[in-house]
Design a protein around this ligand. Structure first.
Ligand SMILES: [Mg+2]
Length: 437
């Protein structure tokens, strides 16, 4: 093996390893392994019962093994005796195709075969709430337009600093932290990088932020729309494709006739995402709650900052895709519940479909979609709820061909269970509106 984690443990003072995986619903699961046992785990993987997590497996399935990726090792900045490792799931000597990290690696291998090295960055918005999640943590954070509010940001300095210091320690190159558009909402940005590295960091960022919030008797939530009248938690991603050596941005073209600084390859990639967007919504917006963010009404601040149609634009935040700068685009559809691996697997699969099928994204729109949606008349609308989105994914021949039937079938099956559980829930709204029928 290239890296001997036992030796790394001795050199770095690591006493325990967390061997972690993310299931199809984005839940982070792990075994805590003493350093003395890491050699065997590195060779064989840590054993798990697949049915006990959100994967499409039964109690009769054999052991599933989480094989740690040594490149993903992070020594917890707040508890350096623990080393965190992202793992790939294996069963019967094969990678589990219907598991998120394997799915992303499969799409990256497809991209690599074509000569593309995908680089991404993510913007993970979150709220800080009371420990039970029922209310915002800061009762003084009440402005109608609270975005960038310095006073509210600095009341949370101890938490923000602890998270940002950790990112500095881990050399993620964090560069800014702010109060976002909703009361109690924050965003912290670090440098973009290779897609798998960004996905692993995205997973770790959520774990770290929740943990550090708990240390301050708070709760961090990435829930798409935890408060009805406030802006929801987006998880925007910035995407570009580079040559193998990472020296040339293949999405960059200063001579773009549309003056967005994008190459023909970037437009094909965009075309694939536009073509597959409605079905991808099941992955990008994976919970019942997600649909209260997209298609949502105007929030207290005056805008939802979330898209409702499948459109792209220049530096304009009212569309699904924004081109903020030459050589990259920002996908604004995803929310805080989207699975860090599956969301990237989804847009890379769609982008490669765009390249293979030479798909055109249509023309960009430059209108304000919130105030003047008629200017984009004819643009495709996003699904209105999770059920519609799941059905579209289930029917998508293109995404089935690229993501694989194993993954799509497993995802659709489990998400349909989720939808049925929600439908069976009798709400106060129903009683309020139906008792006197
Ligand atoms: Mg933001």
């Amino acid at each position: 093996m290239a890296v001997d984690l036992g030796k790394v443990a001795k050199a770095k003072g690591i006493e325990y390893f967390l061997i972690s995986f993310v299931d199809l619903f984005g839940v982070l699961r792990a075994k805590l392994v003493p350093a003395r046992a890491i050699k065997g785990m590195q060779e064989e993987g840590a054993g798990f019962a697949g049915f006990a997590s959100w994967l499409d497996m039964t109690p009769a399935h054999p052991d599933m093994f989480g094989v740690p990726d040594p490149d993903s090792l992070i020594q917890l900045p707040w508890k350096p005796e623990i080393g965190w490792l992202a793992a790939d799931l294996w069963m019967n000597g094969e990678p589990v195709a219907a598991s998120p990290r394997v799915a992303l690696k499969n799409q990256l291998a497809r991209a690599e075969k074509k000569g593309y090295r995908i680089k991404t960055g993510v913007e993970c918005e979150y709220f800080l709430t009371s420990a039970d999640g029922s209310q915002l943590a800061d009762s003084q954070d009440t402005q109608t337009k609270p975005c960038y509010d310095q006073q509210a940001l600095m009341r949370r300095y101890p938490v923000i600093k602890a998270i940002c210091d950790a990112m500095l320690d881990m050399e993620w190159n964090p560069y800014q932290n702010d109060h976002e558009d909703a009361n109690g909402q924050f965003e912290m940005n670090w440098d973009y990088d290779d897609a798998l590295k960004t996905a692993d960091r995205h997973v770790f960022f959520k774990y770290m932020t929740k943990t550090i919030a708990e240390m301050h008797d708070l709760r961090a939530t990435f829930m798409p729309k935890p408060f009805a009248d406030l802006t929801g938690n987006g998880c925007h991603a910035h995407v570009s494709a580079w040559n193998k050596g990472g020296t040339k941005n293949l999405f960059l073209d200063k001579k773009d006739p549309q003056e967005l600084g994008l190459s023909p390859l970037a437009y094909q990639f965009l075309g694939g995402i536009v073509h597959n967007a409605e079905a991808l919504t099941a992955i990008f917006n994976p919970t019942v709650n997600s649909y209260k963010r997209i298609n949502g009404s105007i929030t207290r601040s005056g805008a939802s900052w979330a898209p409702n149609t499948v459109t792209y634009s220049g530096n304009n935040r009212t569309h699904m895709i924004r081109v903020p700068d030459d050589g990259r685009f920002e996908l604004r559809l995803m929310d805080g519940a989207s699975n860090p691996y599956l969301m990237q697997a989804g847009f890379i699969a769609a982008g490669l479909d765009g390249v293979d099928s030479d798909r055109k994204p249509g023309k960009p729109y430059f209108n304000n979609m919130y105030e003047d949606p008629a200017a984009a008349k004819g643009a495709k609308k996003l699904p209105l709820n999770l059920l519609d989105a799941i059905r579209l994914l289930d029917k998508s021949k293109t995404l089935r061909a690229s993501l694989g039937d194993d993954l799509v079938d497993a995802y659709v099956k489990l998400k349909m269970q989720d939808w049925r559980a929600y439908s069976a829930h009798l709400s106060d709204w129903e009683r309020d509106n139906t008792l006197d029928c």
